[in-house]
Structures are given as C-alpha cells and as structure tokens.
Design a protein around this ligand. Structure first.
Ligand code: 5GP
Length: 194
C-alpha cells in the first residue's frame, strides 16, 4: 500500500474523560464520508446502545476466538475490566474502498496500530489543562468516587504518552477540535459548516 493509502487510517486516542466520544460524535454527524470502526467489546450494552452501531457486543468466548484467529487489528483490556478490539477485516475493506478511516481507541490499542501500520496517523486529544480534565471527569457523574480516583490515575499515565503521538489536538471546543482532526484527515471543514 502506498503511504497515501496508509495515511487514510487515523487513530484518535487520549486520556479518559477528555471528550473523545463527544468529538467523535460531532465528526460522525457532520462528516458522513469518514468511516468509523465499530469495535467488538465484551462489556454489555448501556441503555440506548445498539449492536453493530455503537459496538459489536460479544461474549468472552467470541472475543477469545477473534484473538485466536487474528481477526483483530488491535485489542486491549480497558480500565482493568472489559476487552475491546478493532475488527481487522472491516477496517481493511474500508481502506480498500478509499474511505478515510477513524479509530477511536485507547492508548494501548493506539500503540498496537502504530506497530502494525507505521504509516497510520496517531492523534492525541488533550485537555486544555489538568484541572479541566479533573472537572470533566467529576462532572460526568457516571462513575463512583473510587472509579473516579482510578480513572484519574489512569489519566495521568495516559497524558504522559502524548510525545508518542504524531500530533496533539487540544479539545478546548468540540467543533474546533473536530475540524482540526478532519483537516488532518485531508477533509475540508469549511465545506461542512452549517
Ligand atoms: P466505553 O466502555 O466507555 O465505551 O469505552 C471505554 C474505552 O474503550 C474508551 O477509552 C475507548 O476509547 C476504548 N475503546 C473502544 N473501542 C476500543 C477498541 O476497539 N480498542 C481499544 N484498544 N480501545 C477501545
């Protein structure tokens, strides 16, 4: 594959609670030409989540089988609980079709993609400041105090990984960050403004 084709694979990672989900949702809504990988996960669906849309919800046995048959481009156990992985064949199909591909995955997964596909572009989504990250994590209100403490510990380690990435985008404002990301993917944000 030429470098140009490899560059159509973009990985978006960053510390917990930085707002990856919100920025991704913005890109999904405004840039339908971007192909989002739907990951497989062993965690159960949250209210409103649909199989094949938000994730492919699979059993431990099914996940084991995907690992064994090398069907995952990368996979990781996230927050010491459930396993998540990117389905290799679907990504390859999208790349072959010339689609700009976006993977929103954790740091361990980003490292694996870098090793498997060195020409992919790794984007680190950073908070404007540490205090703002703490505020976003607390404000989300979905985790218990113990979970919050654990996630902040994880976030510290994740922030330290920033230099491993090709480029940092600061999530100071969702639309601005999303536009910077799609520009890096070779799309023209001006063509999509409301
Ligand atoms: P959640 O359970 O809140 O949907 O996601 C938890 C974390 O799993 C997020 O940080 C997300 O980036 C990560 N994640 C989702 N899918 C994948 C995947 O396919 N591979 C890896 N390595 N991480 C993933």
């Amino acid at each position: 594959m030429s470098e140009g084709n490899h560059r159509t694979l973009t990985v978006l990672a960053g510390p917990t609670a930085v707002g990856k989900g919100t920025v991704s949702a913005y890109i999904r809504d405004h840039y339908p030409q971007v192909w989002f990988s739907v990951s497989a996960t062993t965690r159960g669906p949250r209210p409103g989540e649909q199989d094949g849309v938000h994730y492919w919800f699979v059993s431990d046995e099914e996940f084991d089988s995907m690992v064994e048959h090398d069907q995952l481009l990368e996979w990781a156990t996230v927050h010491n609980s459930h396993r998540y992985g990117t389905m290799r064949a679907k990504v390859e199909e999208a790349l072959a079709a010339g689609r700009p591909v976006l993977l929103e995955i954790d740091l361990q997964g980003a490292r694996q993609v870098r090793n498997a596909m060195p020409d992919s572009r790794l984007i680190f989504l950073a908070p404007p400041s540490w205090d703002e990250l703490v505020r976003r994590l607390r404000g989300r209100g979905t985790e218990s105090p113990e979970e919050q403490r654990q996630r902040l510990e994880t976030a510290k380690e994740e922030l330290a990984a920033e230099p491993e990435f090709d480029v940092t985008v600061t999530n100071d404002e969702v639309r601005r960050a999303a536009e910077e990301i799609v520009s890096l993917m070779g799309l023209d944000p001006a063509a999509h403004r409301d």
